[in-house]
Design a protein around this ligand. Sequence first.
Ligand code: MF3
Ligand code: CO
Length: 382
Amino acid sequence: MSDHGTCSGADCDNEAGTLQCPTCLKLGIKGSYFCAQDCFKRNWTTHKAVHKIQNASGVYDPFPTYPFTGSVRPVYPLSPRRPVPKTIKHPDWAVTGIPKREMRLSRSKWDLLDAKGQDAMRKVCRLAREVLDITAAAIRPGVTTDYLDEICHNACVERESYPSPLNYNHFPKSVCTSPNEVVCHGIPDHRVLLDGDILNLDVSLYHGGYHADLNETYYVGDKKDPESIRLVETTREALDMAIAIIKPGVPIREFGKIIEKHAASRGLAVIKTWGGHGINSEFHPPPWIPHYAKNKAVGTCKPGMTFTIEPILTLGTNRDMTWPDDWTNATVDGKRSAQFEHTMLVTETGVEVLTARLENSPGGPIPIPETENGDTNGKAKK
Ligand code: MF3
Ligand code: CO
C-alpha cells in the first residue's frame, strides 16, 4: 500500500504513487501525490488552483488536501529558526535534533535528586514560570503564535536558558502553542489568535544543567463560551487534585484514577496518548505517568523525585491524530481540548510544586457557569 493516500487528481480514485507536483514541492505544499504522469497532466487545470491558496500576505496552508478535524489550520511559512547565544548551555539535541542521551536512558532507573540537584530544579522551574507568565501576558486577539514564540524565546535567552523544545526531535520552535482542538505540540506559526479561542502554552527551559516543564491553557479575549470554561477549569482542577495526593509511597498509577474520575464527573474525556514524565538533568526520563484510570504504571513516589503531571481533557472523543507536520496533535472529532502541567518535587512529607503560580501570574481559575439544571456537569437532563 502507498503511504500517500488517494491520487490528488480530482477525477481519480486510484492510489497515489510517488509522483509529486513539482510546483507544490517548490511552494512547500505537502500531500500532492498523483498516480501517474498522464493523470497529473489531465488534472493540471484544476490542480493548479492549489498553488494560489497563498493569500496576499504571502501565507499559506502547507497541507491543502489534509482532512483537518476542526477549524484550526497551519499558517506557513514558519519564521526562521531563532538563535540561542553560544554562551548558554545547550542540550545535546540543539545541534543534531536527536535527544541521544534521553534515548539511551534505562526505563527502570529513576533519578533521585540530592539537595544540590533539588536547588537547581527550583531555580530552573522558577525561571520557567517567569517565562510562561511573560509569554501568556502577550496573549490577545490579533497576535500570532509566532509572536508568542518570539517573546518566549527572548525571555529564555534573557534568563541564560535554552528553550528545551527548540530542535528537540527537530521541533522547529521554542514553545508549543496549542489552540482549540489542538491537543498538544502545536507549532507556533502565523495563525492569528481569535476572540473566544482557548490556547495552551507549553514552556520548557534548560538552565544550570536541569530542565523545567509547565503549561497552562488561557482564554483569548473576552468571549468565553460555557463549554470551554467547563473544559479548561475541570482540567485545571484535575491536575490540582492529582498533585494534592503526592507524598512518598503513593503509587504512580493513582494520579490517573483521580484525573479520569474528575473528568468523567463533568462529561469530559482523558487523552491517553500523552503522559507526564520524570524531569531533571534529562527532559523526559522515566517514569511515564498515565493520566487515565486503570493504568498499570509501576512504582511509587520517593523523596527527591522530580516529575510532571500534565493531563489533557477533551469535550468529545479521547482520540487524537497527528497532522502531516508530524507534530501537531488534534482531536479526531475537532472538539476542543485543554491541558495544564506542573513540575513537582517529592519531599519527605509531601510535595513542592516547583512551577507554582506567582501572585501576579496571568490566567488563573474562573467560576464554571451553572447549566440550566443547576449543575456543572454539562450533561443536559431530558
Ligand atoms: N513540553 C512537552 C512535554 O510536556 C514536550 C515538548 S517537546 C516539543 O513533555 F518538542 F514538542 F516541543
Ligand atoms: Co511535559
